[in-house]
Design a protein around this ligand. Structure first.
Ligand code: F3S
Length: 285
């Protein structure tokens, strides 16, 4: 039995950076360290962070002077940052640089008088953060069909949530063109997600079964598993090695493994080690 791991499995650049900053804060023995929302979409890693002293908070109410607040890779609104500073909280800003770019572009478009359109999910923390840099007037749309419900504007500027697919962004850009005489579109998509998906799809062509590792609360892992499944190859989404089943490997010679952007290396390693054991057991049975 052969196990083939995708090259881009696991932490993306932004998540790696956020984890590094959080662990550095913990190592510096800062007393009360909180991340605003779970630092990453992986329950096992969030639990490990909590054991190291990095806890999760959903708001700033309980924070006081000297506490440390880690802003996760999704970023947050300028209002939250101001509130934290006013309370004397030390901010460790782990906003992914790609998200910072989207925030800056959105603000600049708004300052220049464009009606800002953000292509993304209105309830996603990244989009809420970007919108905070523009104000309530920014429109958020997920699909091109939604644009028809908005009025025409003379000048419009459009950006994307970093994890959007290029095709969807392109579709909304075309729809927005019909609403305005001047359109400025800035592609703020991060390619890490697309590369990971393309690579996983390539892998499905060479294997008999795919194992996709990551939190069930991680949208990018779930999407990765969906795409692999759509290729026709049996696909199993697991959070940890404990969930692997021997029956999945029956009459399978090549096993493909990939993982979402918030899956730590140690979980990927545990899954691969367990797969090897199951492979040996299957051979000896
Ligand atoms: Fe940043 Fe892209 Fe990851 S936006 S957090 S590097 S998926």
């Amino acid at each position: 039995m052969k196990i083939i791991k995708a090259k881009n499995a696991g932490f993306c650049f932004g998540v790696k950076r956020a984890m590094k900053l959080a662990l550095e804060a913990a190592a510096n023995n800062e007393k009360n360290i909180y991340s605003l929302g779970p630092l990453i979409h992986n329950p096992q890693e969030v639990e490990l962070l909590s054991q190291k002293g990095v806890h999760v908070t959903s708001d700033l109410k309980s924070l006081g002077p000297g506490d440390v607040l880690i802003i996760r890779s999704h970023g947050t609104t300028p209002m939250v940052l101001e509130e934290a500073r006013a309370k004397g909280v030390n901010i460790v800003d782990a906003t992914c640089p790609f998200v910072v770019k989207a925030q800056k572009v959105a603000k600049q478009l708004s300052d220049e008088g464009y009606q800002v359109v953000i292509v993304g999910e209105s309830n996603h923390p990244e989009v809420i953060g970007i919108r905070g840099f523009v104000g309530k007037d920014a429109w958020v749309v997920e699909k091109s069909e939604e644009i028809e419900f908005f009025p025409d504007k003379p000048r419009m500027g459009i950006i994307a949530q970093t994890t959007q697919s290029f095709e969807n962004f392109q579709g909304v850009v075309c729809a927005v063109l019909e609403k305005t005489s001047e359109l400025k579109a800035v592609n703020t998509i991060c390619n890490a997600t697309a590369y990971r998906q393309i690579e996983a799809m390539e892998l499905t062509k060479n294997v008999d079964v795919m194992i996709v590792i990551g939190g069930r609360n991680s949208a990018n892992t779930t999407r990765l598993a969906e795409l692999c499944g759509q290729s026709g190859i049996p696909t199993h989404h697991v959070e940890t090695a404990k969930e692997l089943e021997t029956s999945w490997l029956e009459s399978k010679e090549k096993i493909g493994v990939t993982a979402g952007a918030s899956t730590p290396d140690w979980i990927i390693k545990e899954v691969i080690d367990r797969l090897k054991i199951l492979g040996v057991e299957r051979k000896n049975s």
